[in-house]
Design a protein around this ligand. Structure first.
Ligand SMILES: [Zn+2]
Ligand SMILES: [Zn+2]
Length: 133
């Protein structure tokens, strides 16, 4: 099993994914599930060998795939030349995210409305419709 991860590799990978060991979790070899708490706070117990193969560690997160939803949201934000306000972060599709639009307005669109093709910023929306008419 030349490709088995070592404990050090495993913990590095866990840290890179934003997870941390659950209390009393122990390394018992690459095939033994290790109790972890994922970056979203879920208890999970991935096998080190699965993690090494690039799988996510948390099945709950994998199902919800918040990372890909977040990535899509951030791509839309970038497409509007807006940026996240300091300290703002994506929570989920229905939670408004503080942004600073292209024109420097503070706005807080819900990711789901951006997904439906709306612009992030109400102030810009208004001036745009004036221009368009
Ligand atoms: Zn999770
Ligand atoms: Zn604006």
């Amino acid at each position: 099993m030349a490709s088995s991860p070592t404990a050090a590799e495993f913990w590095t990978r866990v840290a890179a994914l934003g997870a941390r060991p659950a209390p009393n979790s122990t390394w018992a070899g690459p095939l033994a599930p290790v109790q972890l708490i994922c970056r979203a706070g879920h208890r999970c117990a991935p096998r080190p060998i699965d993690l090494k193969e690039g799988q996510g560690l948390c099945p709950v997160c994998a199902r919800r795939s918040p990372r890909s939803a977040e990535a899509k949201f951030l791509a839309r934000v970038a497409a509007f030349d807006a940026q996240l306000a300091p300290g703002a972060r994506y929570v989920n599709a229905h939670t408004p995210v503080q942004l600073i639009c292209q024109q420097g307005h503070q706005c807080a669109p819900r990711p789901v409305s951006l997904k439906q093709g709306q612009r992030p910023c109400l102030a810009c929306n208004r001036s745009d419709s004036r221009k368009a008419v």
